[in-house]
Design a protein around this ligand. Structure first.
Ligand code: MG
Length: 370
């Protein structure tokens, strides 16, 4: 089987509500999504999506994905997309770094491999767990009552996991937010406090020690792994790392040095499933739990994450994410798993099992063919 044509689509995905990260530091209203369709000399077609969470969140942006695909296209045409790691090496050779541009290509190849093998991607990743994965809500930062209202809205949809954004320079306000949400947390409910790198070491130490009694997990409290390693020494609260978990070398360092207790794997950030599954294995070998998510995007991006999540045993998986619930448009009506009663569940459909309605994507912005 050979890749014969690569079509690239751009689509704006508006958010239902404007979104603030870390005490108003970053605001988003629309996501710039790239969809990729890989055709082969067989009947099989694969789909992928890469959607950064705005342009200001991590070093990734929509136009960069499309430029990266343009640069890599001639090295991809003619390859067998089922040979996932040969495709990975070809991309890494012709364009070092730029992992976020590679993830949609990688996903489309996994989709093709699954369809060819007549197995869902979760089975190709080692074997699908029989239960669905809890989806975490994403709770925009704000006044404590405002954040509680968002959690209550998600609770009414069945959600049991929430990622609440904290991390302003007002440490008293962050302590107030956490105490307020924890006072109303229900039994069995998970609230992860996501700082999105916003705290200095001093601020992290103040807030995390002030609420240590709750034993709650803090995600990405500061900018770098060096910062987080230092915070680890002066606090007892569990720590998750996502934005600083980019390469397999980051994963092994975090595991060996005991920097974090949870890996938050963002598939667009790390370059796709091929690289993420190695991080999954490092985590499980070291007693580290996992939170698997897209960086953002439609049902397609959510489903990619849900496949990897459902290849992870229950005792290691924390949650995945349903970004699609935050969007005003659906590019694949009737296709792919949806968040039902707070869980996303993969079935036996081969491949990714999401096919977009091409009429909703518009004309391709680029086509590369042999
Ligand atoms: Mg995070």
């Amino acid at each position: 089987m050979k890749i014969t044509r690569i079509s690239v689509f751009q689509k704006n995905l508006p958010l239902k509500d404007p979104y603030w990260l870390s005490g108003g530091r970053l605001k988003f209203e629309v996501l710039d999504a790239t969809f990729i369709k890989i055709e082969t000399d067989s009947e099989i077609v694969g789909w992928g999506e890469g959607t950064p969470w705005g342009h200001t969140y991590v070093p990734a942006h929509g136009p960069g994905i499309r430029a990266g695909i343009e640069t890599m296209a001639s090295s991809l045409l003619g390859l067998d997309p089922r040979k996932i790691e040969l495709v990975e090496r070809a991309m890494d050779t012709c364009l070092p770094g730029h992992l976020y541009a590679k993830q949609p290509v990688d996903l489309a190849c996994w989709d093709i491999l699954g369809k060819a093998a007549e197995l869902p991607i979760a089975d190709l990743l080692g074997g699908m767990r029989n239960s669905g994965t809890p989806a975490a809500s994403s709770v925009s930062s704000g006044e404590p009552e405002y954040m509680m209202d968002i959690i209550n809205r998600y609770r009414s949809m069945g959600y049991v996991a929430h990622s609440a954004k904290v991390g302003g320079s007002d440490t008293d306000k962050d302590i107030e937010r956490i105490r307020h949400l924890e006072s109303q947390r229900r039994d069995g409910e998970i609230i992860l406090y996501d700082v999105n790198r916003a705290w200095t070491r001093r601020e992290a130490s103040i807030v995390m020690n002030a609420v240590a009694e709750f034993g709650v997990t803090f995600e990405q409290p500061s900018e770098t792994l060096d910062d987080i390693a230092q915070i680890r020494r002066v606090t007892t609260s569990p720590i998750s790392v996502d934005e600083s978990l980019v390469t397999l070398q980051d994963a092994t360092r975090i595991a060996r040095d005991g920097i974090a207790d949870v890996f938050g794997i963002k598939l667009n950030r790390v370059g796709g499933l091929t690289k993420a599954r190695r991080m999954r294995d490092v985590a499980m070998a070291h007693g580290i739990q996992l939170f698997i998510m897209a960086t953002g995007g439609s049902v397609m991006a959510d489903t990619e994450a849900a496949h990897l999540a459902q290849s992870i045993p229950e005792e290691f998986i924390r949650a995945c994410w349903s970004c699609q619930d935050m969007l005003t448009i659906d590019i694949a009506p009737g296709s792919g798993p949806r968040c039902v009663d707070g869980f996303i569940t993969i079935d036996d459909t081969p491949g990714l099992a999401v096919t977009p309605d091409e009429s909703l994507l518009g004309d391709p912005v680029a086509v590369y063919q042999s």
